[in-house]
Ligand binder design. Sequence first.
Ligand code: ADP
Ligand code: MG
Length: 697
Amino acid sequence: MGTVSDYFGCLVFDDRVMKANLSADVYQSLRKTIDEGAKLDLSVANAVAAAMKDWAVAGGATHFTHWFQPLTGITAEKHDSFITPAPDGGVIMDFSGKELIKGEPDASSFPSGGLRATFEARGYTAWDPTSYAFIKGKTLCIPTAFCSYGGEALDKKTPLLRSMEALNRQAMRILKLFGNENVKCVRTSVGPEQEYFLIPKELYEKREDLIYTGRTLFGAKPPKGQEMDDHYFGVIKPRVAAYMAELNEELWKLGILAKTEHNEVAPAQHELAPIYTTTNVATDHNQLTMEIMQKIASRHGLVCLLHEKPFAGVNGSGKHNNWSIATDTGVNLLSPGETPYENAQFLLFLCAVIKAVDDYQDLLRIAVATAGNDHRLGANEAPPAVVSIFLGEELQGILDAIENDTPYEAAKKKTMKLGVDVLPRFPRDTTDRNRTSPFAFTGNKFEFRMVGSSNSIACANIMLNAAVAESLKIYADRLEGAEDFPQKLHEMIQKTIKDHKRIIFNGNGYDEAWLEEAARRGLSNYPTTPDCIPHCLDEKNVQMLTAHRVFSLAELKSRCDIQLENYCKTVLIEANTMIDMARKQILPAVQGYTGELAKTVAAKRSVISDIACGYETGLIVKLSTLADQIAARTDALEEAVLGLKHSTDVFQESATIRDTVLGRMAALRAAADEAETVTAEKYWPFPTYGELLFGVH
Ligand code: ADP
Ligand code: MG
């Protein structure tokens, strides 16, 4: 294999391949579709399909699939081969424009949250030409959206594309007002940093909890955890380095811009960050990255854990969603510019984000709500469940000056008039980066850090794009008719700062005192998934999301149902796994060791009849007590699970599960973990935290 630049993107039907394999006319029309969303006619689609098929077959592909992202959170594919019978008894490899543009998988086994009751069971997939097709194994994968026959979105890509379009529409109105005549469209870009754990596969296979739930449900603290902070950015171990090298190679072949890799805070935890790209492509790439991370791990005798909280007591994993808005002419609208107009424009976009995050805090929380992420948000190492924005000192100083019409120091003691004066350059703030903020401005982008490591980034970006589109719409409505544009602009920016400054918090987000302060400020705090999801249907949210045509009401309802159903299923699978492990593995282990101790006592006493045996008998008492506790708490957990009445009200059901099951799981775990600390190693039925976290060399 040659150098990286030789093989980068070799499995992608990208612009280079299109240019080389399509006629000039076809290439031009396709480009117009990709860049401007122009409709593609069938003759062009046929030509593209033929070229795509020839290229894929030459690359070893025998099948094609419409690759989509149903609401399961992972990707789906149904493979069809290219073969078509030829009259002479042989086959030809065939692929038509129609097959490229539209597919009809049977949708009935994908979650639809009730949409299926109202609409037909069959769904269709529609090609997203803005995300390049690629070869995976022997299959040409065509990124597609997935909808019901009624046109209701059954996936994550459709609303994402709609939200990007909503933001584009509103941002274009603002840009026109600032005189940006040559801008054709605005797109959001995302660079998702992905955290993960790597553990030895042979140990993983011995743990039912990891196999069934992706996280450990039992496990006493090892003697060493992450307290030394010696793993973060530490030297990468050879086995991990070999994994990362192969992972990079595979990702590069798929045109994924894997850029940085390092060890994270917890032992066995690592991070991979790509170079940012257009949001829907970044979303597709992140899904692929997660899939390939797991696949490559297995080749190295490892397992890649993407769960948000695989181990209690050590840091969980998230995904930092670095987000910005840019024009097709290459201007980042979240980057302060050189001229007064550019700066005023920057401040307006900045304010749009501040307003959006404040007005739709709940939607951002909802976008990242899963049973897994509930264990992470609000734990002392991840952002709290309360949404707030970090701006940094420089920018805060500027906003304060605008809010109060007071001079800004760096502007040489004069009051700035937006759109007239040049703002001082804001240095890109990398020194006092606040790692505890859920939503931090980092110089020319915002970093949303609440996203869970296994979540698709689609949901977070759908809500973010839609909410910012709404702010921009309100601004555009007011500015378009303004007589004195700079004056109106100044007023609006000032008003936004005044009205929404409660969402800005530059302090330590992990501090208990912040939660109290946030409550005083009236910020919402939804610690769990069942707390937040119902607010998705609050009138203001429904109104905003439907007005921008990001979701219909039926789609929103279906998504709430699915998110809560997933929550219920996840917790119940965990509870059942615990019951199984406690009864079949932990209790027998404790019994076995107690039996050995009892035998030792009997053996000793057969030699010296009145020997004390204080150590053994003390331990027998302790283990027996713990065994009783484990057994009783297992029964209690089972009772809670069996006692659940299936209800048609998933809102109610999820809250009940949270209130009755989670507490009993924690109680059972506490007793079992204590038993682990006093049971002889050879009896313990599965690998310990120490082995899992320090087992890769
Ligand atoms: P870190 O946060 O680890 O210091 P960086 O800030 O350099 O690292 O980048 C983190 C991620 O943010 C990367 O994926 C990077 O590509 C992405 N990123 C950088 N600039 C932008 C931007 N303008 N828009 C969106 N993402 C960006
Ligand atoms: Mg970062």
